[in-house]
Write a protein that binds this ligand. Sequence first.
Ligand code: ATP
Ligand code: MG
Length: 456
Amino acid sequence: MINQAIQTLELSLRYSGQNARALDKVSLELSPGEIVLVSGPTGCGKSTLGLILCGAIPGLIPGMLSGSVLLGREDLSTLPMREIAGVLGFLLQNVEQQTFTDQVEEEIAFGLENFCVPAAEIPGRIEEALALVDARHLAGRQLSTLSAGERQRVMLAALLALRQQILILEPLAYLDQAAQQMLLRLLLRLAEQGKAVLIFEHRRDIVHTVAHREIYLQEGRLAVAPEVRASFPRIRQRKPGPTVLDIAQLDFTWSGSDQSIFSSFSLTVGQQESVVLLGSNGSGKSTLMALIMGLLRPTGGRITVCNHDPAAGALRLLARDAAFIFQHPDHQLFLPYVRDEVASQAAEPGAVQAELADMGLEGLEDRHPRSLSMGQKRRLTIAAALARQPKLLLLDEPSVGQDDLHLSRIICRLDRFLEQGGTLLTATHDRRVAEALADRIIRFQEQTAPEPAPCA
Ligand SMILES: Nc1ncnc2c1ncn2[C@@H]1O[C@H](COP(=O)(O)OP(=O)(O)OP(=O)(O)O)[C@@H](O)[C@H]1O
Ligand SMILES: [Mg+2]
């Protein structure tokens, strides 16, 4: 067995067209049998490091690279991609951009076929990989119909099926808490079998339970990891005002499916209230938000948002009063400049700069939204939605890509939104978010009709 899986020596990178180095003389080692957490504030260079280690920089993304990366004893830059892929597997943050097919089994088979696994073995390997991430129930599904966390599980299955020696992952963002724990236990088992795992995550405490070491990056350099932040700001308690959202006896079943997502589900939310939706992957959180916005039609029951009925064609009125921040920031960033994304939504011109500043995005106004980090994209979608001054804000997973500091900023901004009369419905898997934002928690059950539960 090779005694070191990956070693970097004084690795530095400057992206084309930028002055500052994204990575600055980073030397690190990852050995077989080790799980190492890579953390650090947003923009510290984690993703850049991941992209270099998997060979995407400088091959696909141009930049000035110096220093070296050894894979085993070989210099990474001298190895053909095919050879790298044989030992090193990666799944980075954006699970949307890393699929090759349309369907669950095909997606897993794709990698296996490329690795020339004999056809007769492939079905067994697919089955085994799906079982590893508790996703056998997703067999046969089209990827486009999966919830965010379901998709992330399938992507993980596709990776694990390849049985590479080194895994580089940023895997937790969309997984529910049970799936997070299951994956971490699985990684521990793989490490015991001699695999080397590099895992990127902001919620350091979750990964500390299995990681052997932590590498902390700050402004592209190795730094001493600070204590995990123990507490976050919390929104102030307020007495709910008149009803803003009223859901009565909602039924919903996807066409072509025989399993109902909602049956006789009711929920009333008052003005200035902040309700948090919790529940496992695929339990219906995002679906509920799409129903509230009129993007889907209920099979039965009635939804009223700020006195409009989305199913009765009041979509234009609804769009004025309610804003929906999608779970994947990429799904709602379309314009060429960061500034435009906010300006195109803003109720008044002065809001643009103020919202960007509140979300820590000053100085990025002229960047292309797609060039931002995931955490920055998330904050941009929040800035754009708040600039519209909606009465009701639907926020699907606020903490995607956020470090502690930025998450605190988001919480404080949402508190101000509530203070000014806004109403908030948030879906999350992140305990920090639920604790900070919930006046009331609604817990959705496993893939069946959710039932409101009392405050946890
Ligand atoms: N377009 C679609 N067609 C058919 N089924 C769908 C579609 N979109 C979602 N589903 C299914 O509906 C159920 C609820 O999905 P939803 O996206 O609401 O879950 P979620 O609670 O938001 O999950 P996550 O925590 O993973 O984001 C899941 O079983 C999902 O697979
Ligand atoms: Mg969802």
